[in-house]
Every structure is written in C-alpha cells, then in structure tokens.
Design a protein around this ligand. Structure first.
Ligand SMILES: [Zn+2]
Length: 224
C-alpha cells in the first residue's frame, strides 16, 4: 500500500492506494476543496475508485470536504458514532465532555469564529459507523480500527498490518518540539488511557493530522 500525504493549511489528508482502489483518511478544510480535489485527481482518484473516506474524528478541519467528495466520487464515509453529532449538526462541542471550556472561550473571543464549524451545506450523516477492532480489509485496506478517545469522544485511528497508524489529532508533530500529545485534550483521563493503549500496540510509523509523519519510537522517547 502506498500513502500520499496531502497537506493544506496545516491539515493532513492521507490517500492510500490499495489493490482495489483508494482510501482517503480525512478530507481537510472546505476552503481548500480545489487543492484537495486537484491532489486527489493528480494521484489517480476518479469517480468509482475511492472505496472509502475514513474520518479520524469530527472536527471541521478534517471533515470539511467529506460530503462533497462522497458525492463526487460515489464513495462512502466511515467514522465513529460518538463524533457523528459533530458532522450532523456542525458543532465541534457536540460530543466533547466539558463542552471543552478552553475551546468555548476561544470561540467567545472569536479566535475560533463560529463560521469555522462545519457549514450547513457540508454537514452529513456517515454511511458506516466504526468501532474498536473493526477490520477494514473488506474495503481493500488491511487495517483495524483503534478507538483513541481523548481529543474528542469518537476519535479513532487506523492501524495497518504493517504497523502504520493514522492517528488524527491524538498526537501531533510539532515543528519545534517533535512528536507530542495533542494540544487540545478534551478528557485527560480517557486521553491517557488511549496513549497507554497505543504504547501496547505494534506501531512503526505514525501519520498525524498535523505535522509530518514520525516513528513511534520518537514519541516514546518524549514520553517514556
Ligand atoms: Zn481535531
């Protein structure tokens, strides 16, 4: 399986070529739609060959083009049920435990404008709900779902048989500090349990939602 990284405005989407087509992990900001589309087409995506759109979680910077791409490429959207309210209602607080006080404050201060929630026209209902342990090989993708709550309730990762892990926003690769825990933790107890779970998994390369891919060993050095 080959992975192409598509990055616009600091958000990564990963296009994975399988034997039966393509899988797209996350879809970027809606205002980057043209760029994302061009990148997908340049890589060979056409209507009918995008088997699945996998969403690591419900935030608008990862889900902004999901509905549009589903229609354009006749694909299906899969994500965890616990974050589906975020994309059905365009509300980034929908399933967050504390309503996330910090985020709420930022919204209030207009540092995160409300328009940056998923726009009405881009809101959608997923086609497939994924849970811990689900096997994605029926979509041509040799990977399993790992439920990694903490950044949001329904955050999930996709761990391939080769040890590649598409992790969304649980971890990020900071330009200065290297691989670190998410800068936005919603529920720290659940978050730490997710990190513990990852430490026990057989992971080689981590593909984060923000920052370039890194080795699990690099993260372990920062968090022994
Ligand atoms: Zn996020």
């Amino acid at each position: 399986m080959n992975t192409y990284t598509i990055t616009f405005r600091g958000v990564n989407c990963y296009l994975i070529k399988t034997e039966t087509g393509y899988i797209l992990v996350d879809t970027g900001f809606s205002n980057q739609r043209c760029n994302v589309e061009n990148a997908l087409e340049g890589a060979g995506v056409q209507p009918g060959n995008l088997t699945l759109i996998l969403l690591t979680h419900g935030d608008f910077d990862h889900t902004g083009n999901a509905k549009y791409l589903r229609e354009k490429y006749q694909s299906k959207i899969a994500m965890h049920r616990d974050d589906s309210g975020m994309v059905e209602h365009g509300n980034l607080f929908y399933s967050r435990k504390r309503g996330n006080r910090v985020l709420r404050k930022l919204v209030k201060l207009m540092l995160i404008p409300l328009r940056m929630n998923l726009k009405k026209i881009d809101q959608f209902t997923p086609d497939i709900y994924l849970e811990e342990g689900d096997d994605l090989s029926e979509y041509g993708f040799s990977a399993k779902v790992v439920h990694t709550s903490g950044h949001s309730k329904g955050s999930i990762g996709f761990l391939t048989t080769e040890g590649d892990l598409y992790i969304g926003d649980l971890l990020e690769n900071n330009k200065k500090r290297g691989p670190i825990k998410s800068s936005r933790i919603d529920d720290s107890i659940v978050f730490d349990a997710s990190i513990d779970k990852l430490m026990k998994c057989s992971v080689n390369t981590i593909y984060p939602g923000h920052g370039i891919p890194f080795q699990m060993e690099e993260f372990k050095k920062n968090y022994p």
